[in-house]
Design a binder for this molecule. Sequence first.
Ligand SMILES: NC(=O)c1ccc[n+]([C@@H]2O[C@H](COP(=O)([O-])OP(=O)(O)OC[C@H]3O[C@@H](n4cnc5c(N)ncnc54)[C@H](OP(=O)(O)O)[C@@H]3O)[C@@H](O)[C@H]2O)c1
Length: 226
Amino acid sequence: MGDGLDGRRVLVFGASGNVGYGAAQAFLAAGAQVIAPTRSPASAEALRAHFDGAIEPVIGDISDPNGAASLADAVAERGPIHHAFVSLGPWWQEGPLVRQTPDEWLRVRRMMLDGHVHAAMLFIPMLASAGGGSYTVVTGMGAHHYVPGTSLLFAAVGGVLSLSKVLRSEHADDDVRVNELLISARVERTARPGVVEAVRLGEFAASIARDEALRGEVLTFDGSAR
Ligand SMILES: NC(=O)c1ccc[n+]([C@@H]2O[C@H](COP(=O)([O-])OP(=O)(O)OC[C@H]3O[C@@H](n4cnc5c(N)ncnc54)[C@H](OP(=O)(O)O)[C@@H]3O)[C@@H](O)[C@H]2O)c1
């Protein structure tokens, strides 16, 4: 399609979920090659089948230091990357903090905060060494509102929001354009009343990646196009 993403290699976290799935669809439609980390061989197989072999899954757990390192090796072996879109989930709302356990905190924190820290540590340098590109951190409106029962998730998301802010300032003047995509709509693979189809969000994400003037921004997706 020759719109700036044609032939570019894009790393998309979360392609087996809702948000990353829409991003993978939109980047593929724009002519990009999509590399999709997932923790599970079954998800990798499902992604290959679903996207008719057009997507390259890589297996690894970004929340674990060793898993993250082997994921980075697997991505590097396949060649340079030009854009990264980092969406990690799932939603968590398991009740009051006083009913939670330290082990559950560790699990939720690893999934959300450690995953984002490791991804930035490993893949921003990879983008820089390929000559620069975009790095998009996905967050949600929920992080700015009080929602009962979400303590562990929101404690970790608070760290992701701070991380995003610091990364956006640390890379304000170099070749890696770090932006945050803040989702304020409900997004699922298929549209239904009150729910936006994930590919619309994906098109918004692709527009951030291709816009070379965009860096250090927080872009809110409310279901409308950019
Ligand atoms: N969907 C919405 O309406 C919405 C709204 C606002 C904000 N958001 C934000 O968007 C993000 C994603 O939401 P979602 O609805 O797409 O979640 P989801 O459907 O539950 O998908 C979560 C994805 O994260 C991946 N993932 C989690 N931990 C991972 C790890 N350690 N290593 C590699 N991949 C990992 C999963 O991959 P595997 O399971 O294959 O490993 C899965 O593809 C979340 O941060 C959420 O807060 C979503």
